[in-house]
Design a protein around this ligand. Structure first.
Ligand code: SF4
Length: 361
């Protein structure tokens, strides 16, 4: 099977610029990609980046702030986002809300900073609130892009994002037959963080077309948490003989939203952002999260769940004890690891991963 060539972030950014388009730097987790695209902006997500280290941000943040925000702020201070046309900061947690305020009130980077609040619920009133937030975001984007929102264009962009979600879901569902290592699988899934939906779909289609009949061996595990960084954790899972067959990561599976049908594209965009699987950053109930993880494990045959979280990540760590208790009660083995994005994977975690996979085999 010919290897799939996955464009990198830099290449996607250069291509967008060469085509005359703009760039929106977006922080995790839930972002209105279709809305940004409808204003000619390519959303490029900022999960750290781990390479930024957190040193520059130390003067602005408490020592217990997560490394995702620390590295993100350092990257902004180093001018890493200066070429963006705007910086979008969703309120996924208190740390990101704090980052939005810091950027707006103190750091004042050259691109405009656009914070927005994501309600914690899926009631009609939550959707109405988020629709108003999206509308206000659209007005600010219109000023940046110098053009009005084209509602038909937004519907078309939403269609493409829904297609890309289906493609991502198909990759995870058929993961055993893709012939990809754990690291390669996540490179492909995470290319959605910076590729236009249509390019991601083309890549996913090539990977799905190249599927083999044989199912890959490996101890089946479910990966949960925020983001698989440092990415060497995926090599470690490969080396330990584990195969990630189901995903509940904030950067991947938790953003496979349901298709939503509303005449108003702003309401459709809002409904979509509230329709993902149960997630810690949306305050979903403990019961819903346990049920979702059990369902994923049952469907995929995963024998255990690995929580791979960022140190000091409040939303994730709040759930962890009861989530693990619920899963163990349901007969699923669990392992919880916490890392700093900017550090190498500690030996202690490598040993725990190896021992966990061996116990499941
Ligand atoms: S890692 Fe956790 S605390 Fe940090 S920005 Fe992400 S959700 Fe918030």
């Amino acid at each position: 099977m010919a290897p799939i060539s996955i464009p990198g972030r830099r290449e996607a950014i250069e291509d967008q610029r060469a085509a005359g388009g703009g760039l929106a730097a977006v922080f995790p987790v839930h972002n209105p990609r279709a809305l940004l695209r409808s204003f000619g902006l390519l959303p490029v997500e900022v999960w750290g980046p781990p390479s930024a280290r957190g040193d520059r941000a130390a003067a602005h943040l408490q020592a217990y702030t997560c490394s995702l925000v620390r590295c993100g702020l350092s990257f902004v201070l180093a001018g890493g986002l200066d070429r963006a046309d705007c910086i979008v900061v969703p309120h996924a947690c208190d740390s990101l809300q704090g980052l939005g305020s810091l950027l707006l009130d103190f750091v004042k980077p050259s691109p405009p900073v656009l914070p927005y609040y994501l309600p914690r619920g899926e009631r009609d009133v939550d959707r109405a609130y988020l629709t108003a937030e999206i509308e206000s975001l659209a007005e600010r984007l219109a000023r940046i892009a110098g053009r009005e929102l084209d509602r038909a264009e937004l519907h078309a962009r939403l269609d493409r994002e829904e297609q890309a979600d289906r493609a991502a879901a198909a990759l995870i569902d058929d993961r055993r037959r893709l012939g990809l290592s754990n690291r390669r699988l996540y490179e492909l899934l995470r290319s959605r963080e910076y590729l236009p939906a249509e390019r991601f779909c083309a890549l996913a289609d090539s990977a799905l077309e190249a599927r083999g009949e044989m199912e890959a061996a490996g101890v089946p595990v479910l990966l949960s948490g925020l983001v698989p960084e440092p990415a060497s954790v995926l090599d470690a899972l490969d080396a330990a003989g584990a195969c990630v067959v189901a995903d509940d990561m904030a950067c991947a599976g938790r953003r496979i939203y349901r298709a939503c049908a509303f005449d108003d594209p702003l309401e459709r965009q809002a409904a979509r952002l509230l329709s993902g699987p149960p997630d810690s950053t949306r305050d979903c109930s403990m019961g819903a999260r346990v049920a979702h993880l059990c369902e994923l494990a049952e469907r995929s045959g995963a024998r255990g769940v690995i929580f791979f979280d960022v140190k000091f990540c409040e939303p994730e760590l709040f759930y962890l004890p009861r989530l693990q208790a619920g899963l163990r009660e349901a007969g699923l083995a669990c392992l919880a690891c916490e890392v700093d994005l900017a550090d190498a994977l500690p030996d202690q975690i490598l040993t725990r991963l190896e021992a966990f996979v061996e116990m499941l085999s």
